[in-house]
Ligand binder design. Structure first.
Ligand code: PLP
Length: 386
């Protein structure tokens, strides 16, 4: 059966070139990079190359890159390290629309005696800059603001935010898990102190990530153990996945410009096609500042999960804007923070494209989805066409 995968903000297919570079790590370069012998040396060399490739993608220095197991670990490590470095400061600033890898961590820190300000957004998902400005206090240990939102694709003004935070002498971290590989990220241009990224969002495997740590910052490890990663993270390096992440970063950097134009055209065609054929639906997010691959569309008066199940029958894989919490279907915290009415938030679908999607696939979604929406609305007691 035909499969159309448009859920790339959830995870991506691993690129064949990435797999090809990764495989010899299991059979040939299987040494432990900490070992003194030649096998250790070989592994150390490919680890070095991977670090250089990730650094180049961020326009950073290789020794500013620390490999982790995922974006979640990178976020946890960054925020905890900032708090540990400034034990007298108890205030954190973040946003209401962060991924749980930051949001739930801050909620947990609030229970440990910290105080977090969760900055609001407007109806388009844009950050309230007055609230941001007012939130910075002498007690603020760290500001953590995501680069691009995983649900709507909205891009925050990270340059302005980072510069303002640095003017106040506060540490700044950004969760760039959805940005790296999709849009340019430049450590020389934007003064973030720490930045998180994740392999499986950019065609590397799951279970590998990285944290950029600006040189000069006294970083304390989250995982305490051996002296790996220049003493910043204990644990033998996952060489195969790290090599994969390095290659995936290199490919993303080399092809970013042309891929973004192509993917954006496909995304825009998908949106225009659906909006023209389906009444009472709209696109969420800051349409002027969005990731080129992401489209969050609300179809009013029906359930996103029902749409997903019926699309699945046609082999279309996307995701909904709801999170199934303790048996009740709650719209996502992102859509709620944006004030999207419940009747629309419940029926929200996120389409996220990538370099493998084709125009035929977009045409297929445009052909199949209107009938799915009509069928569900015909069954809905809330739907009336006016
Ligand atoms: N941050 C954002 C914005 C994400 O979209 C995700 C994953 O969806 C994460 C963090 C977590 O990354 P990982 O799955 O590598 O832990």
């Amino acid at each position: 059966m035909k499969t159309v995968y448009v859920d790339n903000n959830a995870t991506t297919r691993v690129d064949q070139q990435v797999i090809d570079e990764m495989m010899p790590c299991f059979t040939e370069y299987y040494g432990n990079p900490s070992s003194m012998h030649r096998k250790g040396g070989e592994a150390g060399n490919i680890l070095k190359l991977a670090r250089e490739r990730v650094a180049k993608t961020l326009n950073a220095q290789p020794d500013e890159i620390l490999f982790t197991s995922c974006g979640t670990e990178s976020n946890n490590s960054a925020i905890r390290a900032a708090l540990k470095a400034q034990p007298t400061k108890k205030h954190i600033v973040t946003t209401m629309v962060e991924h749980p890898a930051v949001k739930s961590l801050c909620e947990s820190l609030d229970k440990e005696g910290y105080r977090t300000t969760y900055l609001p957004v407007d109806g388009k998902g844009r950050l309230n800059m007055a609230a941001f400005e007012a939130s910075l206090t002498p007690d603020t240990a760290i500001v953590s603001v995501m680069w691009a939102n995983n649900e709507t694709g909205t891009i925050f003004p990270i340059r302005d935010i980072a510069r303002r935070v640095k003017e106040k002498g506060i540490l700044f971290h950004t969760d760039a898990v959805q940005a790296v590989g999709k849009i340019p990220v430049d450590a020389q241009d934007i003064p973030f102190d720490m930045l998180s990224l994740s392999g499986h969002k950019l065609h590397a495997p799951k279970g590998v990530g990285a944290l950029y740590v600006r040189s000069g910052f006294k970083f304390s490890p989250f995982l305490i153990g051996g002296h790996q990663e220049h003493g910043k993270r204990g644990g033998t390096e996952n060489i195969g996945s790290i090599v994969a992440l390095g290659k995936a970063c290199e490919l993303a950097l080399d092809h970013m410009d042309e891929e973004n134009v192509r993917v954006k055209q496909l995304r825009d065609k998908l949106e225009a096609g659906l909006l023209a054929r389906i009444p009472k639906c709209f696109v969420n997010g800051d349409l002027a500042n969005r990731l080129p691959n992401t489209s969050s569309i609300s179809f009013e008066f029906i359930e996103g999960e029902a749409i997903l199940l019926m699309m699945n029958e046609f082999g279309i894989c996307a995701s909904s804007g709801s999170a199934c919490t303790s048996g009740s279907l709650e719209p996502s915290h992102v859509l709620r923070a944006m004030g999207i009415p419940f009747t629309a938030a419940h029926g929200t679908i996120r389409f996220s494209l990538c370099r493998y999607n084709t125009e035929d696939e977009v045409d297929y979604i445009i052909e199949k989805l209107p009938a799915v929406i009509k069928r569900l609305r015909d069954m809905s007691p809330f739907w009336k066409e006016d």
